[in-house]
Write a protein that binds this ligand. Structure first.
Ligand code: 293
Ligand code: CA
Length: 160
């Protein structure tokens, strides 16, 4: 071990700085492909991308199709994400089903992983479980949520 050439410390400094450059390039590339994935009509909020294919189906249909694509049904967790979902509903003039249900326990809405919801935007008077049959959640063009029968057909909206 001598001090010929780069010292071990200086070698590591160069390796770190090379990695920083590679990370910056990867971040730029990732950001570009997020935009590609969201075009046309998708929405990017932070690290989340909301995308619809235009398909309409029941909750089970939509859930399966999002999972098949490597995503999951959209589940907005704050007002900014809900606004992004609303914009897509407005664009298509069709309500979407969220990845939120009270199938497990009536009146207790959960994400598909079983966690209790941390955000909601219920229309006044909802959820009302009309006729005792409403365990899924749709989003109206005004961005408000309504519980609705899971067998109804709605626009697909996945998040990635
Ligand atoms: C009832 C009363 C309506 C309401 C509707 C929805 C159905 O018919 O005002 O819009 O239920 O909650 O999901
Ligand atoms: Ca309802």
């Amino acid at each position: 071990k001598g001090d010929s050439g780069l010292s071990e410390v200086n070698l590591m400094k160069k390796q770190v700085s090379d990695l920083e450059g590679q990370l910056r390039a990867l971040q730029a590339s990732f950001s570009k492909y997020q935009k590609v994935a969201a075009f046309p009509g998708g929405r990017i909020v932070g690290n989340k991308v909301f995308v619809t294919s235009g398909y309409e189906g029941t909750f089970d249909d939509l859930k399966q199709k999002c999972l098949q694509a490597g995503g999951q049904l959209a589940a907005p967790k704050n007002a900014a994400e809900n606004t992004a979902v609303q914009q897509i509903v407005v664009q298509h003039n069709k309500s979407v089903f969220l990845g939120v249900t009270d199938i497990q326990t009536e009146g207790k809405f959960r994400y598909l992983n079983g966690d209790a919801i941390v955000y909601s935007n219920w229309l006044q008077g909802e959820p009302n479980n009309e006729k005792g049959r409403e365990n899924c959640v749709e989003v109206y063009v005004n961005g408000k949520w309504n519980d609705r029968a899971c067998g109804e057909k709605r626009l697909i909206l996945c998040e990635f």
